[in-house]
Design a protein around this ligand. Structure first.
Ligand SMILES: NC(=O)c1ccc[n+]([C@@H]2O[C@H](COP(=O)([O-])OP(=O)(O)OC[C@H]3O[C@@H](n4cnc5c(N)ncnc54)[C@H](O)[C@@H]3O)[C@@H](O)[C@H]2O)c1
Length: 380
């Protein structure tokens, strides 16, 4: 679910390569919303028909596709019935924090679409394929930035002399992030009452243009650069390539977990090939390392300078978000390593590849340059 997206497309290529049968579902929501802010993927991507045919010509295999909205329970019912999946990866949600903060319409749309899509999936699995593994994309942003270490989902607590092992408190920073918290609660509950097997992935911010399967431009995945749909490091790279200032928000001391697209896809594929036990609810914190926004901006500036001899300016802009700019941050990420995950891509190496790929599409980024600077204010 969400096969046309930034992560969904390369994940489906990886799963094909690993020998899985892959069926995708998407309603092209992200394409539509990105067009509405006068932007477009910086890397050109074809129609789903063309993408499937290119994946097939490259020898990776055949993808079946259903166009449809996963928050429409009848449509989802049809797709689950036709495919009887052993695992469903649920990536198909409104995934922009700024979009969810634009106003009531967008906040409601995010709440309804995201939470309903997950509850639809839970019921379809319970009723039609009870042994199916749900692998659901949440976000590290569910935890917020507490002043204590962040465990993977659960922690031991002692309060007024009594002890328990409880879900770690969530403290999200946008309506979007709160929908992911609600999804997590709903999945945890579905697991408790119906024994549904769930992997709930608290994913960091993903960066990159390539995975091992993306060998030529016909197989590119989307790459968003605008302030609503683009994410931090990817946008910094696009800004450098377009000759625009790199714009950390506020002081830039905010720390977050990050991982490359290659590493994200590897982790998700690993989660599928090593599913949870029947009736298990497991939570992974999925990121390689955590960095401050300033560190990322400086690293992009350095790599860009080394490769082009040009200087990319760093310009701090007023923080449009309501968030702590100086804070403690120490999340754990041991469980995926225990499952066998090893990081493949280093930050500088990946930035260099992103800059190289984007430099071929500088004109596409510049065409939409007005959509890059932040405008969506949390306090508006
Ligand atoms: N990219 C990141 O840095 C990141 C970080 C943490 C978590 N995530 C999560 O990972 C998932 C995938 O992210 P992405 O970056 O690939 O986003 P994306 O927007 O590129 O992909 C999501 C795909 O789902 C589709 N979709 C959305 N709503 C749908 C619906 N109701 N019915 C059918 N299709 C629908 C979209 O059209 C899109 O193709 C999201 O759930 C996101 O919240 C992403």
């Amino acid at each position: 679910m969400g096969i046309d997206g930034y992560i969904g497309w390369p994940l489906s290529l990886r799963l094909l390569r690993e020998g899985h049968e892959v069926t995708g579902m998407d309603n092209f929501y992200t394409r539509k919303r990105v067009r509405e802010v006068n932007s477009d993927s910086a890397l050109p991507i074809g129609s789903m028909k063309k993408r499937i045919s290119d994946a097939s010509s490259s020898g990776l295999g055949e993808i079946k596709f259903f166009r449809g909205d996963v928050s429409n329970s009848e449509k989802l019912h049809e797709v689950i019935k036709a495919t009887e999946p052993e695992a469903v990866v649920h990536l198909a949600e409104q995934r922009s924090a700024p979009y969810s903060m634009l106003g009531l319409k967008q906040a409601k749309e995010t709440m309804v679409k995201n939470i309903v899509s997950t509850i639809n999936l839970v019921y379809e699995v319970k009723d039609q394929v009870p042994d199916c593994h749900i692998l659901k994309l949440g976000t590290m942003g569910e935890y917020g930035t507490p002043n204590i270490d962040i465990p993977e989902g659960f922690f031991d607590i002692e309060y007024r002399g009594r002890k328990d092992h409880l879900p770690f408190p969530k403290n999200a920073g946008s309506w979007y992030h709160w929908t992911k918290v609600h999804d997590s609660n709903n999945l945890m509950f579905a697991n408790r009452v119906w024994n549904i097997s769930v992997t709930d992935v608290m994913q960091g911010v993903v960066y990159g243009t390539r995975t091992e399967e993306i060998s030529d431009p016909d197989l590119y995945t989307r790459f968003d650069t605008d302030e609503v749909w683009g994410t931090a490091l990817n946008r910094f790279c696009a800004q450098a390539v377009a000759g625009l200032p790199i714009t950390p928000y506020g002081k830039g001391n905010q720390a977050r977990g990050f991982l490359s697209l290659e590493d994200s896809v590897s982790c998700l594929a690993l989660g599928i090939s090593k599913p949870p036990k029947k009736g298990e609810y497991r939570v992974y914190n999925q990121f390689d390392e955590y960095y401050t926004v300033n560190h990322l901006a400086k690293t992009v500036q350095e790599v860009y300078g080394e490769e082009t001899g040009k200087i990319a300016e760093i310009k701090h802009v007023e923080n449009p978000r309501v968030e702590m700019e100086d804070h403690y941050y120490n999340p754990e990420n041991q469980k995926l390593k225990d499952l066998g995950y090893r990081r493949k891509r280093e930050l500088r190496q990946e930035i260099s590849i992103i800059l190289e790929d984007l430099s071929r599409y500088r004109d596409r980024i510049l065409k939409h340059r007005d959509s890059i600077m932040p405008r969506t204010l949390w306090k508006a």
